[in-house]
Ligand binder design. Structure first.
Ligand SMILES: [Mn+2]
Length: 308
């Protein structure tokens, strides 16, 4: 993989559609490393609206939304499905990820499904190749670790996560900036949207399933963003008896987004896959085009009914 980087002239680092701290953090860390190698690098994401919470990540302002024609190597981060790149890539691709559902679409695939975050895959790679982790890289890697482990509260957190956190703290990661941006910062619009979501939330199947329907009207009235919806879904997973959570949202562009969460043995990735989506055992998502929200919701419910 580092050979391919060595031989490339113009490298594009791809964060997936609607990037999170893990995807963008990985790309940011690699950007810092490639700058040190004096490579021509472009940070790319097809989404023009990127969660402003992530603005603390190094090189956030370098993000471009036009795929550069002169690129001869692309590296994708945290991107399990080819379509999540949001662009047709004709050059070689290095696919770095931790999703079980990864399609291995890369010319080179570096996939570690035991890693809690893609930044952990990258951390291990840097470690293996004796690549020095400076404070910028440390902050970017820590951001992905903190977010994907839900602030180390996820049951997937283990000694390896804490060892990585310790190493990054020693490398001078700005851990308080990460905590502030990813877990403390809030917006009035996000809180209003959350209020509406809790108002219409329903408990089904003996209160083992919690469901949220988010309409375009709710989004418009609250002024909340698409990324704000997941927070309410995750909070509702703390209800007694709840084993599975579903959020179905109507996006501004008319597509429907489904987000699934589970605790314990339930595997929501299996459910998401039936709808062309993917993710992890306890957190998965899917996108549906040309279908009304109620139809998607009913179809999901009938699949969920079989699982719980
Ligand atoms: Mn991830």
């Amino acid at each position: 993989m580092f050979n391919a980087i060595e031989n490339a002239h113009h490298i594009v680092l791809i964060a997936h559609i609607n990037p999170d701290a893990d995807s963008l953090g990985s790309a940011s860390a690699m950007y810092t490393h490639l700058m040190r190698l004096e490579k021509k690098v472009t940070l790319f994401c097809v989404s023009e609206q990127i969660n402003p919470r992530l603005a603390f990540l190094p090189w956030f302002d370098k993000m471009r939304h036009q795929f550069p024609k002169s690129a001869d190597l692309a590296i994708s981060f945290d991107c399990g499905a080819y379509k999540r790149l949001g662009v047709e890539v004709t050059c070689d691709v290095i696919n770095i990820d931790h999703h079980k559902s990864n399609e291995a679409y890369g010319t080179i695939n570096v996939i570690d499904t035991t890693a809690i975050s893609t930044t952990q895959v990258l951390f291990d790679l840097f470690h293996k190749h004796d690549i020095k982790i400076n404070p910028k890289i440390a902050t970017a890697l820590y951001a992905g670790l903190l977010d994907d482990s839900h602030g180390f509260l996820s049951p997937k957190s283990d000694a390896r996560s804490f060892q990585m956190a310790a190493a990054l703290t020693e490398a001078k990661a700005d851990i308080s900036a990460c905590a502030q941006a990813l877990f403390h910062q809030n917006s009035l619009a996000a809180l209003r949207l959350k209020g509406m979501m809790f108002e219409q939330m329903q408990l089904l199947f003996d209160a083992r399933v919690v469901v949220h329907l988010v309409t375009k009207e709710m989004m418009a009235k609250s002024g909340g963003r698409e990324v704000d919806c997941e927070a309410a879904l995750e909070e509702s997973m703390g209800l007694p008896h709840v084993e599975l959570g579903l959020m179905v949202r109507e996006n501004r562009n008319g597509t429907i987004k489904g987000s699934l969460r589970s605790v314990g043995e339930l595997d929501v990735e299996q459910i998401a896959r039936k709808f062309g989506g993917g993710g992890h055992k306890h957190a998965a998502g899917l996108d549906v085009k040309d279908s009304p929200i109620d139809a998607v919701y009913q179809k999901l419910l009938s699949v969920i009914k079989e699982e719980v």
